[in-house]
Design a protein around this ligand. Structure first.
Ligand SMILES: [Zn+2]
Length: 677
């Protein structure tokens, strides 16, 4: 239920998993051969060589879209989180309005399935009544603001984000939104699979409206009009690939200017009703706002009322009776291939995590995150930064002018590890004992919405984290020039105090390198040391960079993920550049750390070989075909197999470690190899 403007999500480069620690004097960790297929030559298919047996035998749990190391690590954390929440729910002595009381009340409200069944659709009654009473464009606009505060995704998004050209200041922003299918292409493609999926979606919208009491004929007619309206929104939306360029999603203007390009909406009134009087607004896509404002006056109010009934019910479905929960899951399962819902306690845990993430996170790190892990991770980040500094200092394709800026940016990186210095203050959020699950979720959504709106025209809070400590992931936020590693990623096999350099640098080192390199990917390189959107590249250097990036784009576009779906080389470019660069500098840091140490093989593998094995192990993933197609269409990360093969095949260091020859599948020749760092 994050309230996040599209632009921010597009700029924050997130690695989809991972980590491991630098141990000063640790024993070499044995290579786990039980996952490997050693009948496959490493130079022919390294992903299969490392993960082949696991790929052949691992089973995906019915409620998961896929499995892999990140999921395994998260599942271990679940036990800790589960225990925290069970205790909080039982704790009758928790101080009123303390975080423990709120965690217990929220989680407990969710567990009460009998109450959810009894209430059925009743918790949404007030919203549905208001929607039924929309008889003027002014009332429609007012309801938009009300529902957005409840976390309902409708027509356009409103939020706040650092001003790209003055990131010390956070400002208001409006972006795209309101689609029920995963992306605009799902509405616009006319291949048979897309048509079939749209039919299934329309039937799902109709069935959901029938659950509210519509007759089948009325529901079918409403669903048809809802799909047509969403298709109009999709047509106006900026494609995902185009959102990658920060210049395309940064259009600062006054509220008056927004009113000129998007008339039909009274923007001053609108902002007042979401709790803002912004001095200026960043518009993600002016053309989109023009289109939405036009639709708000040209589309009949009856259609808007049906659209809002659908959106409200879809958003409420996880929090109400099982008729709604199951209908929503049935459609989601078409997209992800999952066979069953997770057990209720797990869904309740995820929902509590989404609504009270830092309250849960504070309890989590008190149990799980030893201070020494932070020190070790910091040391490793320092070594990775030094490796990139070496590379930038000696790159023969980069001019001195660009080099100076690149090094200044590296020197200014802010590093966050484990958890925030100050956890979020939830004191103004009340989750009363006895509140229904739906009511609890809406209170948390409104709290988050007000928190976001309150940031407008204020200094950017550099202490804030974009992920909770219990998230198994990491990110680079170019606007703050920072890299962030939550506590939960600093666990084996990513980060292991008892392991040696080879496995730690191959897994966690590559992830740290990945996040650092994001600062110089196709988006990141457009921001300077202060996080400002500013072109600091000479024309010649930018052209050389683009040439190498173009090679990476084309290489990945050639990979087939499932059926006829290819990796989208343009959408995944930033992540692929970060994987490739991250692995390269992790290897350089590893080599430096190995100076003077024994290179004797362990379990038949040299330290260099074990470095690459650790990398390929960290990205082993098995995904249902449906989820794989969904990922390839919407996720800026390439699937695990290509994260491994794409990166290593460009690295002569890999070929050298395994004695691969020119012409081997895992080796790209010098003429076609991509090299940036
Ligand atoms: Zn990333």
């Amino acid at each position: 239920m994050n309230i996040r403007v599209v632009a921010l999500a597009a700029i924050v480069g997130v690695v989809a998993l991972s980590s491991s620690t630098l141990a000063a004097q640790a024993a070499p960790r044995a290579v786990d051969r039980s996952n490997m297929d050693t009948t496959c030559a490493p130079c022919t298919d390294f992903y299969r060589f490392v993960n082949g047996k696991w790929l052949d035998t691992a089973t995906i749990p019915a409620s998961y879209p896929g499995i892999g190391v990140g999921r395994e690590v998260y599942d271990r954390s679940l036990d800790v989180l589960h225990e925290i929440l069970e205790q909080a729910a039982k704790d009758k002595s928790a101080a009123p309005n303390s975080n423990t009381q709120k965690l217990g009340a929220f989680y407990g409200a969710c567990l009460d399935s009998a109450k959810a069944e009894k209430l059925d659709a009743a918790p949404m009654a007030a919203e549905l009544e208001r929607i039924a009473a929309i008889t003027t464009p002014a009332l429609l606009q007012a309801e938009f603001a009300r529902l957005q505060a409840d976390g309902v995704d409708i027509a356009f998004g409103v939020g706040t984000e650092p001003d790209f050209k003055n990131t010390k200041l956070t400002v208001a922003a409006v972006g795209q939104g309101g689609l029920g299918l995963p992306d605009r292409e799902y509405y616009l493609n006319d291949d048979s699979a897309s048509v079939k999926l749209r039919d299934a979606y329309r039937a799902h919208v109709a069935r959901t409206l029938e659950l509210l009491g519509d007759t089948p004929a009325k529901a079918a007619d409403a669903a048809k009009r809802v799909l047509a309206l969403e298709t109009s929104l999709a047509k106006a939306a900026l494609p995902l690939e185009e959102q990658r360029d920060p210049k395309n999603i940064y259009h600062p203007m006054s509220v008056d200017s927004l009113a000129r390009i998007a008339h039909g909406v009274s923007w001053t009134t609108y902002f007042a009703s979401v709790g803002m009087t912004p001095k200026s607004v960043i518009v993600v896509s002016p053309a989109y706002m023009t289109a939405v404002a036009g639709l708000m006056t040209s589309v009949p109010l009856a259609t808007w009322r049906d659209y809002l009934r659908w959106k409200v019910t879809d958003a409420a479905s996880p929090y109400i009776s099982s008729r709604f929960v199951n209908e929503r899951f049935a459609f989601r399962s078409i997209l992800t291939g999952t066979k069953s819902l997770p057990p209720r306690w797990k869904r309740c845990m995820t929902a509590t995590d989404e609504s009270l993430g830092e309250a849960l996170g504070a309890a989590y790190v008190a149990k799980e995150f030893p201070p020494e892990a932070k020190a070790r991770a910091l040391a490793m980040v320092g070594n990775l930064e030094a490796a990139l500094r070496d590379r930038i200092s000696t790159l023969d394709w980069m001019s001195e002018a660009t080099r100076k800026e690149a090094l200044a940016k590296l020197a200014a990186f802010r590093v966050k590890i484990g958890y925030p210095d100050r956890f979020r203050d939830y004191s103004t959020l009340r989750i009363p004992a006895g509140a229904s699950y739906y009511q609890s979720a809406m209170l948390a959504n409104e709290f988050e919405f007000r928190r976001q709106m309150a940031k407008a025209d204020k200094p950017t809070d550099l202490n804030e984290w974009g992920m909770t400590p219990q998230t198994v992931d990491a990110y680079n936020n170019a606007l703050n020039n920072e890299i962030v590693f939550p506590a939960a990623i600093l666990q084996p096999p990513f980060f292991d105090a008892s392991a040696d350099d080879a496995s730690n640098y191959g897994a966690m080192g590559a992830i740290i390198g990945h996040e650092i390199t994001h600062g110089y990917d196709d988006q990141g390189r457009q921001f300077d040391a202060s996080g400002t959107l500013r072109d600091w590249w000479t024309k010649e250097d930018a052209a050389k960079y683009d040439e190498a990036a173009g090679r990476i784009r084309d290489q990945y576009s050639a990979y087939i993920v499932a059926d006829t779906f290819h990796v989208n080389g343009k959408l995944t470019l930033g992540e692929n550049i970060a994987d490739f660069g991250g692995l390269k500098i992790a290897y350089a840091a590893f080599e430096k750390a190995m100076t003077g140490k024994s290179r004797a093989p362990v379990d038949g593998f040299t330290p260099e070989q074990r470095f690459f094995i650790a990398y390929a192990n960290a990205w082993r993933t098995k995904i249902r075909p449906e989820a794989m197609i969904l990922q390839s269409r919407t996720d800026p990360h390439s699937p695990g197999e290509w994260r491994v093969i794409g990166a290593i095949s460009n690295l002569p260091e890999f070929a050298q470690a395994f004695g691969c020859k020119a012409g081997d599948k895992m080796v790209r020749g010098e003429a076609v190899r991509a090299t940036i760092w």
